[in-house]
Write a protein that binds this ligand. Structure first.
Ligand code: SAH
Length: 377
């Protein structure tokens, strides 16, 4: 079926949009609660499963709409429980996502765009250029795919995904509406019911969109800082030329002021040898972070082909961290292995990533005949 003849995909409809949809087809708004639960808590993919909805309405729904999840191209389950996926999207492109279990939580790192337009100098996604935004269905579909990989949905059972971070491919604030719809679904009690502390949007610092975000949600915020001065940040994160550090810090503080509870911003800082890892830069960072209630996540640079940057030595990482810790900044370092050149977003997530190991083999989900198989349980 071509894009234009496709039915409406209800998977990505936010609670508000779903309600409007039912009203638009002459139905009662409460139908949206029922359908939300079926889609996101019971994992329904067809209207036939929705037994508390009349046959005639189910028929009507299936004529105009569908529930369509992105396909899994590759699934990789590691011995330590880490799961990585390559997700096939309409138009033939693919994005990656990763689930990292740790003690009682399991953090899912999802993508928001195919490629990225921000072109940060150390980021492999940026080097691919920008292809397109993910739809809301493709965003929330990643959460559903991850949950489904554990077997049938069980709304009363243990949560398979406890936290979601937008730290995969793309800049979420450049795909604002779809990302916000996805967030609303993640946090809605009739869908995934995740708390605002357990959904984190990571941004390179698109300042006006941070303000806009605080008007529509109170999701947790992470910023990709990577440099203590504008001079250096201009080179690493080009969007800094538009929205320099002082403006970004102010926007973060405004965002925090709008929250009803007390939370801190997560500041990400990718450590690159000889570029931003000098102890004097750590001191500059300490000074800067005094203006922002935050915790710091140091991410040793993850090498990829055709990049001239290098990961700092262990000594350099520790020396940098020590300056911050001594100054009272809550600092964690995320560990990755040196040869991981084909890194997925999983290697870019925060401290939860520490235990990630690449011990698993890829399990292709398509057999030789091209027939899609069930994901391994
Ligand atoms: N666009 C969002 C999400 C990007 S990915 C953002 O900029 O925040 C999440 C984190 O991984 C970001 O902090 C990003 O700067 C970092 N990152 C990207 N490439 C990396 C690499 N090669 N090594 C280490 N961290 C990287």
């Amino acid at each position: 079926m071509t894009e234009s003849t496709r039915k409406i995909n209800l998977l990505g409809y936010s609670p508000k949009k779903l309600e409007e949809f039912f009203v638009s087809i002459g139905e009662k708004p409460f139908r949206s609660t029922q359908v939300l639960k079926w889609i996101h808590q019971f994992g329904a993919s067809s209207f036939d499963e929705m037994t508390n909805i009349s046959k005639s309405l189910r028929q009507k729904l299936s004529e105009v709409s569908e529930i369509r999840e992105p396909d899994i191209l590759v699934q990789n389950i590691s011995k330590d429980g880490t799961r990585k996926w390559v997700i096939q999207l309409d138009g033939g492109s693919a994005v990656e996502m990763v689930l990292i279990p740790e003690n009682t939580r399991a953090t899912l790192c999802i993508s928001s765009q195919i490629g990225c337009s921000l072109d940060c100098s150390f980021c492999s996604t940026g080097k691919q250029g920008f292809n397109r935004n993910l739809s809301a269905a493709e965003i929330i579909g990643q959460v559903r795919v991850a949950i489904r990989s554990f077997g049938p949905f069980d709304p009363s059972g243990v949560r398979r995904v406890t936290n979601v971070v937008f730290m995969g491919m793309g800049e979420p604030l450049m795909n604002f509406d779809n990302v916000v719809d996805g967030i609303h679904l993640m946090m809605d009690d009739n869908a995934y019911g995740l708390s605002k502390r357990r959904v984190t949007l990571s941004t390179a610092g698109v300042v006006p969109q941070i303000d806009k975000l605080s008007q529509v949600t109170d999701v947790s915020l992470a910023i990709s800082l990577h440099a203590p001065t504008d001079e250096l940040r201009d080179q690493l994160v080009p969007v800094n030329k538009r929205y320099p550090i002082a403006e970004l810090v102010d926007a973060c503080n405004r965002y925090m002021d709008n929250l009803k509870d007390k939370r801190v911003i997560t500041v990400e800082y990718t450590l690159i040898a000889g570029v931003n890892d000098h102890p004097s830069q750590a001191k500059q960072l300490v000074k800067l972070l005094k203006r922002l209630p935050c915790k710091l996540n140091l991410i040793p640079f993850n090498p990829f082909p055709n990049s001239d940057y290098r990961r700092p030595s262990e000594d350099a990482i520790q020396a940098f961290k020590t300056v911050l810790v001594k100054a009272g900044v809550i600092t964690t370092v995320r560990r990755t292995r040196g040869d991981d050149v084909d890194a997925a977003c999983g290697q870019l997530v925060g401290q939860v990533m520490d235990r990630t190991r690449r011990s698993a083999k890829y399990i292709p989900l398509k057999d030789a005949s091209g027939v899609q198989q069930e994901p391994p349980r």
